[in-house]
Design a protein around this ligand. Structure first.
Ligand code: SAM
Length: 320
């Protein structure tokens, strides 16, 4: 093909920025829901399941007194989980200013109950070098990126910025934990689908006509876009993240893979542990099966679209 010229590059950068803004505006516009609205959501059990998964991850990898960086923190939905983990310090960053405001309100209204200092910053984590901004807060013991790392995958530059931020801010031995779409499942379902779109009552995924599967395999692992809709939650462009590419890119930034599990596998495995089983009962995502109060098949199928990842920053952990 033709070499990309300067003008094409500029147009490409504009497109990428526009897509990032689109994502930010989408999340910013989502207002806070009341308790009743939350409870009547068609994906209430899926949301609870997601919260259980994040809680388990935090319990596994966050220790008392840890300094935590929450990339794409959203409305601060994990603040209470970190309070339970008794972290020492928290920094949340998100591109959506409305969400950062909500997170701030959530933190301030809970001041009595939240025992750690927090900083909330509005920034594009995949565009801006956070090292300078956070020089007084770093190094962190744990960096978390929940349901958001795939928004960095529109270009190689952005994906690299995500990892350089994580790597430069984590201490050696520190963990990078998160959740994101499982591209293997997404592509497998596409193969089985009739056309370029599929889904169920709670979600839909639509690729555009230019989707070519072999790009996903190797030659062009960035910028493969699809449109994702999750009832009462998401309606925006997302990017496929081929996991092998993610893993090899992470290695270039001194992050070694510790765990990668699809949500289904993660649930089956950690539900075996009595304390996590008890938490599941408390949160109630799987319900007790009575009165239809149980995760629906469609929600469970949507959960299959996601995976959990854990990386560790190489090097010796400092002695406390
Ligand atoms: N982590 C939160 C949670 O688990 O509840 C929010 C998850 S929400 C599905 C995705 C979040 O990613 C949104 O809050 C969105 O604004 C944020 N986001 C998307 N692109 C971003 C970027 N480039 N920089 C920072 N945040 C971003």
């Amino acid at each position: 093909g033709r070499k990309r010229g300067r003008e094409d590059d500029d147009a490409f950068v504009d497109e990428t920025r526009k897509a990032a803004r689109h994502v930010a505006e989408h999340y910013s516009a989502r207002s806070n829901q009341s308790r009743e609205e939350r409870e009547s959501s068609p994906i209430i059990h899926l949301k609870k399941l997601n919260n259980w998964i994040k809680s388990v991850l935090i319990k596994l990898y966050v220790q008392r007194g840890d300094s935590v960086l929450d990339l794409a923190c959203g409305k601060g939905g994990d603040l209470i989980k970190y309070d339970k983990a008794m972290v020492g310090h928290y920094v949340g960053v998100d591109i959506a200013s409305g969400s950062i405001e909500d997170a701030r309100t959530r933190y301030n209204n809970r001041r009595q109950r939240l025992s750690f200092p927090a900083r909330l910053i509005c920034a594009d984590c995949y565009e801006v070098s956070l090292e300078k901004v956070l020089k007084d807060d770093a190094p962190f013991d744990v960096c978390s990126c929940q349901f958001a790392l795939h928004y960095s995958w529109s270009t190689e530059e952005r994906a690299r910025k995500a990892f350089s931020n994580v790597s430069s801010l984590l201490r050696p031995g520190g963990y990078f934990i998160g959740t994101m779409p499982d591209s293997n499942v997404i592509v497998r379902k596409l193969r089985e689908a009739d056309g370029l779109q599929y889904g169920n009552n709670v979600y839909s995924i639509k690729f555009d006509d230019s989707f070519i599967e072999k790009q996903f395999q190797a030659s062009k692992p960035f910028g493969i876009q699809y449109h994702f809709k999750l009832e009462d939650a998401v309606d925006c462009p997302e990017w496929l993240v081929p996991f092998l590419k993610l893993k090899s890119l992470a290695e270039q930034y001194n992050l070694e893979l510790v765990m990668k599990k699809n949500f289904h596998e993660f649930v089956h495995e950690y539900l075996q542990q009595p304390n996590f089983d008890e938490l599941m009962r408390k949160l109630g995502p799987l319900g007790d099966g009575t009165n239809g109060d149980c995760i629906s098949e469609d929600e469970w199928d949507a959960a299959y679209l996601y995976l959990v990842f854990v990386f560790r920053k190489t090097g010796e952990a400092p002695i406390h």
